[in-house]
Design a protein around this ligand. Structure first.
Ligand code: SF4
Ligand code: SF4
Length: 172
């Protein structure tokens, strides 16, 4: 596989979080990462940091090797890193770039649409509502959806959602 350095990407990510430059590739992060353990090393935070240091944009954003979306944001790596590299902050930036390019998991696309339309990341289905009734739980309060949408529109979130909906034919 040919790897090419994207110098703008490297600069962008270094400027976003300078702690990246302190990494000396000791692998303490991947050694303690529960997701790395569960995936037998297929997911590896050290390698993500390495790709960011080297400016391997294609590998991180397009091919997603390793896949940054596997990170559970448990912060164990951040707590254990001897160089105080802020891994999860860096991963958030990588994820944001993936989202802007439309290259992120389907489940999050649907979740974003649900948040925008219903104010709920996990919408209630009829079975859950029935069960709540059987258990005598109170009716679910509706959220002020117009206020939520105003905020999300202000942030440009609606454009991302609508772009994804058009591309995937979600809800059309
Ligand atoms: S633990 Fe910190 S210094 Fe070591 S490889 Fe991971 S990010 Fe780099
Ligand atoms: S925050 Fe992510 S990369 Fe760090 S230990 Fe947890 S799952 Fe692994």
């Amino acid at each position: 596989m040919t790897l090419s350095i994207d110098f703008d990407f490297r600069r962008e990510i270094q400027e976003f979080n300078f702690s990246l430059n302190h990494c000396y590739q000791c692998a303490t992060c991947s050694g303690g990462c529960p997701v790395a353990k569960m995936t037998n090393g297929r997911y590896n935070p050290r390698k993500i940091i390495e790709s960011a240091i080297l400016g391997l944009r294609d590998k991180l954003i397009v091919k997603q090797e390793p896949n940054v979306w596997y990170c559970a944001t448990c912060q164990k790596c951040v707590e254990q890193c001897p160089q105080r590299v802020e891994l999860t902050e860096i991963f958030d930036h990588v994820k944001n770039i993936c989202v802007m390019e439309g290259n992120y998991p389907e489940a999050y696309k649907l979740q974003g649409k649900s948040v925008f339309e219903q104010g709920l990341a996990v919408p209630f289905n009829p079975a859950i509502l029935r069960r709540r009734q059987q258990l005598g739980l109170p009716e679910i309060q509706t959220v002020p959806i117009a206020e939520i949408q105003d905020l999300l529109i202000e942030l440009g979130f609606d454009k991302i959602i609508h772009r994804e909906s058009k591309k995937e034919g979600i809800g059309e």
